[in-house]
Write a protein that binds this ligand. Structure first.
Ligand code: ADP
Length: 396
């Protein structure tokens, strides 16, 4: 069974074609600058990478280009589009109703359109991508996999904010959580490694956007991102959690509109805002190594906040069996892992620092120190595979 996974952003469309019988990625690529001009990058194992300028006025043109590349005699991997059994679509937000991955019929599409207000950045392009794919591939099922759905079993006291309850009822303001597909994947892998499906696991997805999730018995019980991906640990350009009054104070003090204040906290804060150098952790690490005070401070603030959240989740779950690091920083930045795990022996978290520094980047590693009570793993995330798997399970 071959499944195409599509992740549509406002000006980009990422794709991967999976052969689910062999668990292989047959091809993957990226259409960029949709609505501007257009570039496609297409990769198939064993073939030369292909990159070209193509005019992408909209998502439909992009998906048409993807299908023609997948079926191309030289660059392609399938003889015809009919070989694609189903398409899995990544959605950041499934609202309160789409609690699980689902085949997207008219009703589900109408619901997704009704909640774009909750998800103004990711919702509209993901819907455009879905509509374009449905037009071009009308005879197969299209499945939506939602970042939020991993959190749909959280207790009400974990997702209701301590604000007037009517605001939840009226506007659905609550903790939704994001990156759920990644947390579900790596928490599942960790449970497999532990040989314990009931395990208490803390997964740290540390990338350009970062979130931390507590999982018990395969279900998320809490997560650091909230109503939007803005909450939790500091990120590349997002502040993460701050005193909410800072927002209205900035507006008044700097004479900003609500949108401008939002931009400051979403695009100009986090590692970029503190360091004044870059949102990319590698640049910050290099600057800190050269003695830059604000770069070093940005890293200390990041580590401090990750530790605080891990500690709070241990308290919430009354223990932890494994801590997992994943995504760009989690999989690659050995120093951040070491700094986060330092002085956590009280909680049973201790890593083998030498092995942590020498283990291969981006590969699975058990970096637990000998005799430590809690396992610490590095697990490369694979959201696309999870989307393909859900799509297969719903459509086979
Ligand atoms: P996104 O949220 O865009 O998917 P990623 O998961 O790709 O982000 O993570 C991007 C972050 O990972 C960047 O801050 C980048 O600096 C960091 N990163 C990637 N590779 C390395 C590396 N080798 N060492 C340290 N940090 C890295």
């Amino acid at each position: 069974m071959k499944i195409l996974v599509v992740n549509a952003g406002s000006s980009s469309l990422k794709y991967q074609l999976f052969d689910m019988d062999t668990n292989e990625v047959l091809a993957k690529g990226l259409c960029e600058r949709i609505g501007i001009d257009g570039i496609v990058t297409h990769k198939c194992p064993g073939k030369a990478d292909y990159k070209a300028d193509v005019d992408f006025p909209n998502h439909r043109a992009a998906i048409e280009c993807v299908l023609s590349l997948l079926t191309d005699k030289e660059k392609g991997v399938i003889a015809s589009v009919e070989e694609i059994s189903a398409v899995g679509h990544r959605f950041a937000h499934g609202g309160e109703k789409l609690k699980k991955s689902a085949i997207l019929g008219d009703q589900e599409l109408a619901y997704l359109e009704s909640i774009v207000g909750l998800n103004p950045l990711h919702g509209p392009p993901a819907i455009s991508g879905l509509k374009a794919c449905k037009e071009v591939m009308p005879s197969v099922n299209h499945v939506g996999v939602f970042d939020t759905s991993y959190y749909s079993d959280m207790e009400d006291y974990a997702y209701i904010y301590p604000i007037p309850y009517e605001l939840y009822e009226k506007h659905k303001i609550r903790r939704y959580g994001f990156h759920g597909t990644s947390h579900r994947y790596v928490a599942g892998k960790a449970a497999e490694m532990l040989g314990n499906k009931d395990a208490k696991i803390i997964t740290c997805h540390l990338g350009n956007g970062s979130s931390i999730t507590a999982t018990v018995n395969g279900k998320a019980v809490d997560t650091s991102m909230g109503f939007t991906p803005q909450d939790g640990v500091p990120m590349g350009t997002r502040s993460g959690a701050i005193d909410p009054t800072v927002v209205t104070f900035i507006q008044k003090a700097e004479g900003l509109t609500a949108e401008e204040a939002d931009k400051v906290l979403n695009k100009e804060a986090g590692l970029l805002g503190i360091s004044g150098i870059s949102s990319d952790c590698r640049d910050i690490c290099n600057a800190a190594a050269e003695g830059n005070y604000r770069a070093a401070l940005a890293l200390k603030i990041l580590v401090h906040n990750i530790k605080k959240i891990i500690g709070s989740y241990v308290a919430e779950m009354n223990g932890v069996d494994a801590v997992v690091f994943t995504a760009g920083i989690g999989e690659n930045d050995r120093q951040i892992r070491e700094d986060v795990c330092k002085d956590m022996s009280f909680l049973g978290i201790e890593i083998d620092e030498a092995f942590n520094q020498s283990c291969k980047r981006g590969e699975f590693a058990d970096i637990t120190a000998k005799g430590a009570k809690v396992k610490t793993y590095v697990i490369p995330t694979n959201e696309e595979y999870m989307i393909a798997l859900d799509t297969q399970n719903l459509t086979k």
